[in-house]
Each structure stands twice: as C-alpha cells, then as structure tokens.
Design a protein around this ligand. Sequence first.
Ligand code: GLC
Length: 589
Amino acid sequence: MATVTLVIALIGAPRADAAAPPYQDPSLPIAARVDDLLGRMSLDEKIGQMTQAERASVTDADITTYRLGSLLSGGGSAPSPNTATSWADMYDRFQSRALATPLAIPLVYGVDAVHGHNNVHGATIFPHNIGLGAARDPALVEQIGRATADEVAATGLDWNFAPCLCVARNDRWGRTYESFGEQPEIATAMTSYITGVQGGGVLATAKHYIGDGGTTGGDDQGDTQLSEADLRAIHLPPFAEAVRKGVGSVMISFSSWNGQKLHGHQHLITNVLKGELGFTGFVVSDWNGIDQIDGAPGMTAAEVRQAVNAGIDMVMVPEAWRTFIGHLRAEVQAGRVTQARIDDANRRILTKKFELGLFERPYAVRAPIGTAEHRALARQAVRQSQVLLKNDGNILPLAREGNRIFVAGRSADNIGYQSGGWTITWQGGSGAITPGTSILAGIRASVAPSTTVTYNANGTGIDSSYRAAIAVVGETPYAEGQGDRPGAMGLASTDLNTIARLRAAGVPVIVVLVSGRPLDIATQVPNWRALLASWLPGTEGQGVADVLFGGYRPTGKLPVTWMASAGQQPINSGDGKPPLYPYGFGLTY
Ligand code: GLC
C-alpha cells in the first residue's frame, strides 16, 4: 500500500480524464472554466446558450442541431403520464441531446414551481405567496423554498421561475396572490425563499423586474406610472435583497414603466440591476416578452437587438426560437449587437451552469415527491397563513366533541379551488386535480365521533338543529391577466345564495374565504358570525381545520389592506382611505 501511495504522491493522482479540456475540469476555478469554454464556442453556440424554447416546440434533434441552452415547461406543460418518473425521463432525454453537441454544454430547464412543484401530479402544493405573506415567517418560507427545490430536483429540473417579488398595489390585478403583499418589506423578508431554493441546488428567479404589481388599474402587463423615486421605494427593495442573497436569475416584467416596456429598458436592466445593484447572475425575458417592445404583434430584429442590448441575457422564446436565433445572428454580424454583449450574456449563463454542477451531474437524481414531511410543512404553512378577521361571541374555536356542524360552499371539497392557479394546469382547475386534503376532509378529520358533520355544497338540508354552519366560498382559479377584475370584486351569487340559505335556518355562519385577494364583502360581513381569510392554501386543507377547531391559534396578519368597497382600489396602507380591515390586522383566540 505504501508503494502505491508513494507513486501517486510523486506523479499526482491522474485527473478524471487527462485529455479533457480545462472547462471540463471541476478542480479549476469556475471563471477559468468559463473563459476556456467561451474561447471554444462559435457564434451559433453562444446564441444557442441565450435561447430558451418550450419543451413542446422542439424535437430532440433540435436541441443538438441548434445548440439550445435551455428549455422550459410553461404552466401545465407536462409529459404524459404526468408523473415524477415521466418528468425525470423527459429531462434526461433532453439533456442527453444537449450533451451530444461537440462541446457537450448541459441545458438548464426552467419551470414555474411557484407554490410547490405545481405542474406535477402528486407534488406538495403550498399556499400561494399572499398566504405566506400573511404568515410573516421568513424561516418558514426558506423551508418551503428548500422543500420545493427538493421536489423540482427529484424530477431532474434545475431552475425555478420563483419567487415572485412583485409588490401588489391594486387588488384588481390577477396576480395579486403571487405577491407576498402590498408593502415591499414583506417581499424583501421573503427573499429567504431564494436561500431555500438555491440551497437545494436549484436556480431561483427573482421576478418580475420591475413594477409588475404597480400598474394603473391593476392591469396585468400594463403601465406603472410612478416617479423613479417611488418606483425605487416601492418595487426595488425586494430585488436589491434578492441580489444580496445571491439570486441566480432575474426575470423581466411584461409591464411598462411610464410607457416604456421593461423588456427594452437598458437603464433599469443594465444600469440599475446589473450596475447599481451588482447583479452577476443572468437576466431572462418573460414568455415572448420581447415581442411586446414595439407594441406590434410578432418579434422583429429591432426588438431582439433592443432587448439583448438592454441587458437581457437569455430569451424565453417558446415557439419562435428559430426566428430569434436568425435575428440575433444577423444583428451580431451587422455589428448592432456587439460580440462583447454576447460574451457577457454567455459568461453569466455558463457561470450559473457550472455553479449548479450541471457539467458534473447533468442527469436527474430521482427522489420521491409529495412526501409526508413536505405535506406536514405545507400544513403548518396553511395554519400560519390563516387570518381571522371576525369572531363574534368567540364562536371559534369550534368544539370537536358533541357538536353538530353543517358545511357548505363550492370551495369546501375542492382541491382545485383551494389551490388556485398554477396548479397542474396554468389556470388551475376544479375537483380532485391532485392528491391532497380538502378543507371539508380536514374538518371531518378534526372532530370526534360524537360530532356530526353534514355537507351540502349549496346548503340544502340545513336546519336549526345545527350549532354552526361553515361556508367555504370564494374565487375559482385563475392566473395572470385572466384573473384581472376591473369591475365588481364581490362574491359570486352562487356563494351569496349558499350563505343566505344557511342564515335562513337561523344557524350562526362562519365564512371561510378561499381567494387570491381581498373581496368586496363589507355589506355582508355584519351577517356573518366569523370570517377566516384562507387565501389559496394548496393541497393541505387540514391546516384550515386546525385553526377552526383550535389545533392552532390563528397568528396571521393581513399582508394587504382589505377594501371597504371595490371603488377604493387601489387602497394601501397610509393612503388615508378607510378600509374594512387595515394592513397588518388579524385576530386570535
Ligand atoms: C408567464 C409568466 C411568468 C412565467 C413564465 C413562464 O407568462 O409571466 O411568471 O414564469 O410565463 O411560464
């Protein structure tokens, strides 16, 4: 043994592959590996690294032929069958095609795992961000980030388009629930999510830079009309903290600032984000976002030029990626996009790929998803996210024993409704769309055999023998602009009729509101005995029942001001408008 040790000591342990070029040597500094690799790349290989295509718009061969550097799954874009194994098989197949290129640069695969690995059937679905904002618990959110990363990585993927650090200033916005709240300090604190995700070896994304939650009228992808001082005061702090925490990527907002599209905004992207804040990761566009720069449909060479010169490093161009590649090649060859800008973008992208360890471990390391441990964490997050807004006569917590409880409402037994958008499909769905515990199931599991729980979605069958009625009502799922509510913001007539039926029986009504934002309920609340804002809790509805039956004393605080009427929108802390419930409000018992 001594002889062998002596020999190795003399000549040095042989490297993994003595003929391997430096960029494939993990013992070298990443900067040196990047320099070596960059020096070997053609213009087309560099442009390929800047191109992100959607999984359904490429063939396996395209990945190799066009040197594609990244793929994504848009909301709900899943392999069939939609299982963790299928996802990992798909990822490995795509990755093998990327490694079949001459330089064998691994691809990075992005997905919106915005409240758990929500595209995948069987994944743990956590509360949407507005509920996590109500919890005011950065350590909890870091744990959620890590659990989410573990489930993303378990399917092979390595890039999460989260957290959304939007500061929602108008509740009409369809993405209000993707925000942690109306004040920057909450989103700033919840950048702990980034530490969790990246601690799990997955790239995080601070999005959408900048001002997406501040548009006039809450119009999704609209115009944020603010002075630079106010833009910086309200919308910049979460991104500054994300950069300080080492976020690996930043996604650009569809919205505009004072009429100029963010996707073409060199001052905000290059001067502020990369210069002033010192962001060294890479900037990715949003879904066909560069096509909106000139206000006309379609992608032009001028838009490609403006976006890349503004500082966008990777372009999310789901279908028209061939067109993008052609435009960018022509712009570089014409000298309108410099080689230095191309190299800077590649340096940023490749640095993250090396940091992720993709060159050493390009394939999926498979593991279970939807584990009991993650579901327990999600249940705790649901508990902490509940905000008790009314509790007349201390009707809550309800007795577990010897009680007669009537449960009603279209959101009571509906995993899809309680999860909201970005769940299995982009817009979300209805019913048992993925394994979980409905709020009704949680209620049933919370009571002793001596208690009767009767359920009817519209309240039919209730009578005065019941001691309490729980109406679980609210919004049906939506995502992005499809959730904008420019008009009325009240409960649907279905829900109002259900509550009326319960009240007509003379039974005290407890309303559990499953919604992505405050609703216009001021005229109805006086008729309710109690009101619990549940937000969009995800698969672990038991956490709601824990608060209803005293398993967890409510601690949640409003992350958004609750309007007294829709006409007040936008309504935010400090604007002098009299709310129904103020920012930070929340009861306990
Ligand atoms: C969407 C969203 C963005 C998401 C991206 C990829 O349009 O704006 O949040 O990450 O496209 O699905």
